[in-house]
Design a protein around this ligand. Structure first.
Ligand code: 8Y4
Length: 274
C-alpha cells in the first residue's frame, strides 16, 4: 500500500491512474483560468469514472518535445493540483523531473512523484526523498528529443530490470522506503515495437522483483503499429493492453480512457481464476 500524503493506494486490485495533461491551449484566449477549469472538469470526470489516482503533468515528454522552463511548468501545474486536491478525494501524482516542481507540487497537496527520468536529474533524488511521498521511477533510453532515433539493447527486458533495480537501490540509499517505490518499464521511451513487445511479455519478471509495477501504454504509438489505427482510434487496443498488463501482475495502469479501462479491469477481477 502506498501512503500518498494522507491518501492511500492499495493493490488488492489493479489500480487506474488517469492522465491529466496541462499543456497550454494556444487557440483559447481565456488564458490560464479557462484552461484550469477545463482540466478540473476532466479530473472530476475521471474520478467519477473510477480513477484511483490522477497524474498531472505540465511538461510534454513526447518524442522530440522541447524542454519547458521551471516557472512555466509551475504556473501550469500548481494551481491545478491545489484545485484537484481540494475538490477530489483520490491521490494526485505529479509528472515531473524537476526538483523545484516536485517540492511545490507536494506542498500543493500532490501525494506521489512520477518521474520519467527516474530521479536522475540534478537534485531530484534528494528532493524526492525529503518529500516523503511515493515515487514512480521509469526506464528511458536516451532523452525525449532523441530517444526514438536508434533504440538499441542486447536484452531489453534484462537491461530495463537492471536499470530499475539500480535506481530503486539509489532511492533507498537516499532514504526512500522500499514500500514507497513503484517501477515502470517505460513503454515507448527509447524502444522499437519489438522492444516494447519483448518488455510487455517480460512483465511477470518485472513484477517478481517485488515492487509495484506501473504500465503506461495508453494510446501509444506501439498500439497504432499493431492495429494500424491513429491516436483517436485506440479505444479498444488501450484497454486490451491494460487487461493483459493486469493479468501479468501490474499494480497501476496509466490511461487516458478511464471509464473504458475501469470496466475492462472489473471484468478481469470478476472472471480471472486465482
Ligand atoms: C498519445 C498520448 C500517445 C500520449 C502517446 C502518449 C508514461 C509516463 C508518459 C509512462 C509513466 C505518453 C508521463 C507519454 N508515459 N509516466 N508519462 N509511465 N510512469 N504518450 O509510460 O503518454 S508521457
Amino acid at each position: 500500500m502506498l501512503k500518498c500524503a494522507g491518501r492511500e493506494l492499495d493493490f488488492d486490485r489493479t489500480r487506474v491512474m488517469g492522465i491529466l495533461n496541462v499543456t497550454p491551449d494556444s487557440f483559447s484566449d481565456g488564458g490560464q483560468w479557462a484552461e484550469k477549469g477545463r482540466a478540473l472538469r476532466h479530473a472530476s470526470e475521471m474520478a467519477r469514472a473510477g480513477a484511483d489516482i490522477i497524474d498531472i503533468g505540465g511538461e510534454s515528454t513526447r518524442p522530440g518535445a522541447q524542454d519547458v522552463g521551471v516557472e512555466q511548468e509551475l504556473g501550469r501545474v500548481i494551481p491545478l493540483i491545489e484545485a484537484v486536491v481540494s475538490e477530489i478525494d483520490i491521490p494526485v501524482s505529479i509528472d515531473t523531473s524537476k526538483p523545484e516542481v516536485m517540492t511545490a507540487a507536494v506542498a500543493a497537496g500532490a501525494g506521489m512523484i512520477n518521474d520519467v527520468f527516474a530521479l536522475r536529474r540534478r537534485g531530484a533524488l534528494d528532493t524526492a526523498a525529503s518529500l516523503s511521498v511515493p515515487v514512480c521511477i521509469m526506464h528511458m533510453q536516451g532523452e525525449p528529443r532523441d530517444m526514438q532515433h536508434s533504440p538499441d539493447y542486447r536484452d531489453v527486458a534484462g537491461e530495463v530490470l537492471d536499470f530499475l533495480l539500480a535506481r530503486a537501490r539509489a532511492c533507498q540509499l537516499a532514504g526512500i522506503p522500499s514500500q514507497q517505490i513503484v517501477i515502470d518499464p517505460g513503454f515507448g521511451f527509447g524502444k522499437t515495437l519489438q522492444h516494447n513487445i519483448d518488455l510487455f511479455r517480460a512483465l511477470p519478471a518485472l513484477v517478481a522483483a517485488g515492487y509495484p509495477v506501473l504500465v503506461g501504454i495508453s494510446r501509444k504509438f506501439m498500439l497504432g503499429q499493431l492495429t494500424g489505427q491513429p491516436i483517436g482510434q485506440r479505444l479498444s487496443s488501450s484497454p486490451s493492453a491494460a487487461v493483459l498488463a493486469a493479468q501479468a501482475g501490474a499494480s497501476i495502469i496509466r490511461v487516458h480512457d478511464v471509464a473504458e479501462t475501469v470496466d475492462a479491469l472489473k471484468i478481469v477481477t470478476a472472471l480471472q481464476a486465482d
